[in-house]
Design a protein around this ligand. Structure first.
Ligand code: ZN
Length: 134
C-alpha cells in the first residue's frame, strides 16, 4: 500500500542558488546536504510538514540528473511514496503491468530500501521507499 508522499525530487543546475531560494525565500527547513556518489548527485533535503523536498544537483556529466536536465531542463524529477512492504508492492505493480526500473529493492539513504518505477508506466518517475525498522 502507498502510505504517504515521502519526498519530491527536483533537478537543479546550481544547488547553492536553489538552496538560497528554498531556505531563505520560501523559508523551508534545511535538514542536510549530502553527496550520494552512487547516484552522482549532491542532495539538499528540506522538510515541509513531514514531506521532504530533495534538490538534486548532478556531480558528473554521466549523472542521471545531468541527462534529465539536458533533456527536459530543471524541475520536477520524481515523486517518492512510502510503502508498507516494498517487495510485495513491486510484485503487485508488475502483475498489474507497471514497468519497473528496479525489479528488486536497492539500498537508499538513511537505512531505507528503494525502487523506481519506469516513467513510461507511471507518468512521472516514481520511487517507492520502505523504512523498515531494522
Ligand atoms: Zn528520491
Amino acid at each position: 500500500m502507498f502510505k504517504k508522499i515521502d519526498h519530491i525530487g527536483v533537478a537543479v543546475k546550481d544547488l547553492d542558488e536553489a538552496v538560497r531560494l528554498y531556505r531563505d525565500v520560501f523559508g523551508l527547513k534545511l535538514l542536510e546536504i549530502e553527496e550520494v556518489e552512487s547516484q552522482k548527485v549532491k542532495v539538499a533535503k528540506f522538510d515541509i510538514g513531514g514531506v521532504h523536498i530533495e534538490l538534486l544537483q548532478p556531480t558528473a556529466d554521466d549523472s542521471p540528473i545531468k541527462k534529465f536536465i539536458d533533456k527536459k531542463g530543471e524541475g520536477l524529477h520524481h515523486i517518492a511514496y512510502e510503502v508498507d512492504d516494498i517487495e510485495e508492492q513491486l510484485s503487485q505493480l508488475k502483475q498489474k503491468g507497471v514497468k519497473l526500473i528496479n525489479e528488486r529493492p536497492t539500498e537508499g539513504s538513511s537505512n531505507t530500501l528503494i525502487a523506481f518505477l519506469h516513467p513510461k508506466s507511471s507518468i512521472i518517475l516514481t520511487e517507492l521507499v520502505f523504512k523498515g525498522e531494522k
